[in-house]
Design a protein around this ligand. Sequence first.
Ligand SMILES: [Zn+2]
Length: 250
Amino acid sequence: MSACVEAGIAAELSEVGFAVHMPVPIPIAEKINLDEGEFRRYIEEARRLRQKYEGRIGILIGGEFDFMPDQLPEIERLANAYEYDFRMGSVHFIDDWNFDNPGYLDRWETADVEAVYRRYYRLMTEMAETGLFDIVGHFDLVKKFGFRPDRDISDAVAEAARAVADAGMTVEINSAGWHKPVGEQYPSEQILRLMYDLDVPICLGSDAHAPGQVGRDFDRAISLARRVGWSAVNRFSQRRTFAEPLPAAG
Ligand SMILES: [Zn+2]
């Protein structure tokens, strides 16, 4: 964690937020999230680093929750059991399929892509409607491997975007998508324009899984945000939001 903080300082960020994969039970055996003991140790470490780096960079304690309707009681328990600077809601599972995991890529080959997209955005809508989350993570992650529906599904996208707006959530402009097969940030510019029209605020995320990825391509994300129309970006502390001017792209 301290290497990520140091990387944030080197990238001249004013704060770094950790969005660890929360210990929500998932339907695959692979260990891609923390267990609750690890999560508690993460909070302790983040608090220690916050003191150590005080005055140099802010450190936010966040969690990324895998939204699955059948896990809602456990998600609610975890959400209420700890203090967060932000809670991020994401969808990585469609029923038992971890659709963004390269290990399950073959299922895309035989999938009804339109039905998958519709189910994905339905889950995003339900996630937002819980009211549990401050940020929506990688809103159009379903596009990650580049499979696209043949038919227009903008009604399903619009429904999810409206639910995000109604819940008062912030949308993350996530730069990791530029480094995935789809080669495009999350969400698309078209969706960002929809969010902007719905008065949804933004925050910036690099979805870093290594120190070298902290703050990656933020200049590019800022240029995009400005082009769409935003002039402010949200910061978070103890689940309150603070809008501040969007920095100039470098
Ligand atoms: Zn994620």
